[in-house]
Design a protein around this ligand. Structure first.
Ligand code: FMN
Length: 187
C-alpha cells in the first residue's frame, strides 16, 4: 500500500491549506492508499542550527524536538505532499524549518522510498509572481532530497489564490482538484 505523508504547515484553525490537505488525504484513502497528515504547525520544531553535527553522527540531528517524528515518517513515505499558506510571497516559517531540518538526512539515501511529491498552497490575493518563490522553493527542495537530481516526480502543484479568510475555501473547486491529486499520487 502506498503511504503518503502530508505536511500541513498552517497554524491557524480552520485553515485553507489544511482543507486542501484533508481533501487530498480523502482522495488517497479512496484510491486505496494510506495518508498520514502531520500538522507541523502544531509541533515543536526549531530551526536548523547549521552545526553539522548530523554530518558526523549518522544523520542524527543535535536538536531534540518533534522533527525526529517527521524524519521517521519521511523515511517511511512513498510520496510527500507539502502544504503552506503564502506568507510574504514565500512559504510559512514552519515549513521552512522542516525543509532546513531535513538537512540532517543528507545525502538523503534514507528518503529513497519517496517517489512522488506535490505542493498545496493558498494565498489571499491574486498578483503576478506571488507564488514564484513558493514554487521555486518546493522544486528546489524536492530536487535536493531526491539526491540532487529529478528522481522524485512532482505530480501536481495546486496554487489557490483569492482565499484570505478560512471560510473562503468552502466549495472552492480547488478542493476537488486536491481530492483528484490524492487519487493520482497513489496510482
Ligand atoms: C503573515 C501573513 C503573510 C501573508 N502574506 C501573503 C502574501 O504575501 N500574499 C498573499 O496573497 N497572501 C498572504 N497572506 C494571506 C494568506 O496566504 C491566506 O490567507 C492563506 O489562504 C492562508 O492559508 P491558511 O488558512 O492555510 O493559513 C498572508 C497572511 C499572513 C498571516
Amino acid at each position: 500500500m502506498s503511504r503518503v505523508l502530508v505536511l500541513s504547515s498552517s497554524i491557524r484553525k480552520p485553515s485553507n491549506s489544511e482543507a486542501l490537505c484533508q481533501s487530498l488525504a480523502r482522495g488517497v484513502r479512496d484510491a486505496g492508499g494510506e495518508a498520514v497528515v502531520l500538522r507541523i504547525g502544531d509541533m515543536n520544531i526549531g530551526p536548523c542550527r547549521g552545526c553539522d553535527y548530523c554530518r558526523t553522527h549518522g544523520n542524527v540531528c543535535s536538536v531534540k524536538d518533534d522533527m525526529e517524528l517527521v524524519h521517521k515518517e519521511m523515511c517511511m513515505a512513498d510520496a510527500l505532499v507539502l502544504a503552506t499558506p503564502v506568507y510574504f510571497w514565500n512559504v510559512s516559517s514552519q515549513l521552512k524549518a522542516v525543509w532546513d531540518r531535513t538537512f540532517a538526512l543528507h545525502p538523503y539515501e534514507k528518503l529513497k522510498r519517496i517517489k512522488k511529491s506535490a505542493l498545496l498552497t493558498t494565498a489571499g490575493v491574486h498578483r503576478e509572481h506571488t507564488l514564484d518563490a513558493v514554487v521555486a522553493g518546493y522544486k528546489g527542495y524536492i530536487w535536493c532530497i531526491g539526491g540532487y537530481c529529478d528522481r522524485i516526480e512532482s505530480v501536481g502543484i495546486i496554487c489557490i489564490d483569492r482565499v484570505r479568510d478560512p471560510s473562503d475555501i468552502a466549495d472552492h473547486p480547488g478542493l476537488r482538484e486536491a481530492y483528484e491529486l490524492g487519487r493520482k499520487i497513489v496510482s
